[in-house]
Design a protein around this ligand. Structure first.
Ligand SMILES: Nc1ncnc2c1ncn2[C@@H]1O[C@H](COP(=O)(O)OP(=O)(O)OP(=O)(O)O)[C@@H](O)[C@H]1O
Length: 243
């Protein structure tokens, strides 16, 4: 097992109840997991907790990397990259420059300050840009890209971080159905072909049905259901969440 969550409770300041309460959850490496649930059910909080952005919680989030050299539990944040709602690209940077930002953590402090990248970083970035099908737009400014293209660039930026876990918070929220399908297909390929653990918050049940084997349903911050789509559908859970 790769991600193990136990007794996790997250409470935001000045709120009365817990935004997220997970007794026990295990997610294996290479899992392609959809997190569903109505607005306010705790999906973003879940991804933020996994990415290490929420420091104030009780319980534990452990990650065990299947790396024989490094077989120890480490903090989730060191191993995950997060794609936010909205793409958070820098409009004045071109595609390559935006993707290279994902390599900053691989740099020495002095290179970070001056945003200097090695030839290797540039090769890694170009390869990621190719993977997401944006090779024709390497030098185009982010401000001149469509919503779907921007989202592809943000996925490339997550890929170059070379972390085994990719977390995507509603990555297709602003996209048309064709581009939305392409993005979920791309994330699915990362899980199935590259053995990345990819966890995606989304509301589009047609895409959940088409691409995902594993579904986590949240309601009021608690897991209502964690199963394969077939079981999930049969149990009438879709209606329970989105009826
Ligand atoms: N910074 C915050 N401070 C206080 N309460 C918060 C904060 N962020 C989220 N919450 C509350 O925590 C609960 C879960 O919010 P969260 O953003 O995780 O839901 P969500 O399922 O991602 O919603 P959506 O689908 O609308 O993005 C909600 O009740 C929300 O109001």
């Amino acid at each position: 097992m790769d991600i193990k969550v136990s007794g996790l409770k997250v409470k935001y300041p000045r709120t009365s109840g817990y935004a997220l309460e997970i007794d026990s959850l295990e997610i294996q490496q290479g899992t392609f997991l959809a997190v569903i649930g109505e607005s306010g059910s705790g999906k973003t909080t879940f991804l933020k907790a996994l990415s290490g952005q929420i420091k104030c919680y009780t319980g534990s989030i452990d990650i065990k990397i299947k790396d024989e050299m490094n077989n120890r539990d480490l903090s989730a944040s060191k191993h995950s990259s997060l794609i936010y709602q909205g793409d958070a690209l820098c409009d004045t940077f071109n595609v390559l420059e935006n993707v290279l930002i994902g390599r900053l953590n691989h740099q020495s402090l002095i290179r970070k300050i001056f945003m200097r990248y090695s030839n290797h970083d540039i090769d890694v970035a170009l390869e990621a840009i190719r993977k997401v099908g944006m090779e024709k737009y390497v030098f185009r400014k982010a401000s001149e890209l469509s919503g779907g293209q921007r989202q592809r660039v943000s996925i490339a930026r997550a890929i170059v971080q070379e972390k085994p876990i990719l977390l995507a918070d509603e990555p297709i929220a602003s996209l048309d159905p064709i581009n939305a399908d392409r993005i979920i297909q791309l994330l699915s390929d990362l899980a199935h072909c590259e053995n990345m653990t990819v966890i995606v918050n989304l509301h589009q049940m047609n895409l959940v049905n088409k691409y995902f084997n594993n579904i986590l349903g949240l309601k009021n911050g608690k897991i209502q259901c964690c199963s394969k789509y077939g079981d999930f559908n049969q149990a009438g859970m879709v209606e329970k969440f989105y009826g």
